[in-house]
Design a protein around this ligand. Structure first.
Ligand code: GRF
Length: 200
């Protein structure tokens, strides 16, 4: 059984999918702590409903990003976190946090990377005119949305799609592949070899 630390900034539907998978015994893991940089994040309410420890760290209350991230690391260590899951955490992870969890930090992204990194990517995919989009779970490295890919799921882009309908179709897949990727990690079945993640 491994301990997860989930970092959020908002709605927390991926957090919910992870909590549910843990509680159903689908993955050998437990959410030990949920950390938010936003006091309004609904994910905090979700965590509290499941009696999971929550912490709020507001970046502007710290001297700099390094100090902010070192406090997060301290909390993750206090909760003996084995894997950090970014789930709608709207900040680029800096060296203070990354160096402590290299190869032990995942992110979920609502596009088929390396296409459409960054923000508002469902809209970008629609505007570009792609016929297929999807979701990606990847390890976090020192750039934005560039780390080794663990899992992906594709969805069609339909003729009448709006940003909302496409986002909803992708989100459904996010909620499946994120718990699956965590399960593989918890089972010790993921091995990073350069850019590739081998599944044992
Ligand atoms: C998801 O689309 C995720 O892929 C992206 O941010 C969104 C977070 O949604 N990184 P939620 O907070 O998990 O509902």
């Amino acid at each position: 059984m491994i301990n997860l630390g989930v970092l959020i900034s908002g709605r927390g539907s991926n957090l919910q999918a992870i909590i549910d998978a843990c509680e159903k015994g689908e993955i050998p893991a437990k959410v030990a702590v949920v950390i938010s940089d936003n006091p309004e994040a609904y994910g905090l309410t979700r965590a509290k409903k499941h009696k999971i420890a929550t912490r709020l760290f507001e970046k502007n209350k710290f001297e700099d990003k390094n100090t902010y991230e070192l406090e997060i690391v301290k909390t993750l260590e206090e909760h003996k976190v084995d894997l950090v899951c970014l789930a709608g955490y709207m900040r680029i992870v800096g060296p203070a946090l990354l160096s402590s969890y290299q190869g032990k930090m995942m992110n979920i992204h609502p596009a088929l990377l390396p296409s459409f990194p960054g923000l508002n990517v469902q809209k970008a995919a629609l505007n570009y005119g792609v016929k297929v989009s999807g979701a990606t779970v990847h390890f976090v490295d020192d750039d934005c949305d560039t780390g080794p890919i663990i899992a992906q799921a594709a969805v069609p882009v339909l003729e009448n799609d709006t940003e909302e309908t496409l986002s909803a179709r992708i989100l459904e897949q996010e909620h499946k592949i994120y718990p699956q990727a965590i399960k593989l990690f918890a089972q010790g079945r993921l091995k990073i070899e350069g850019r590739r993640v081998k599944i044992k």
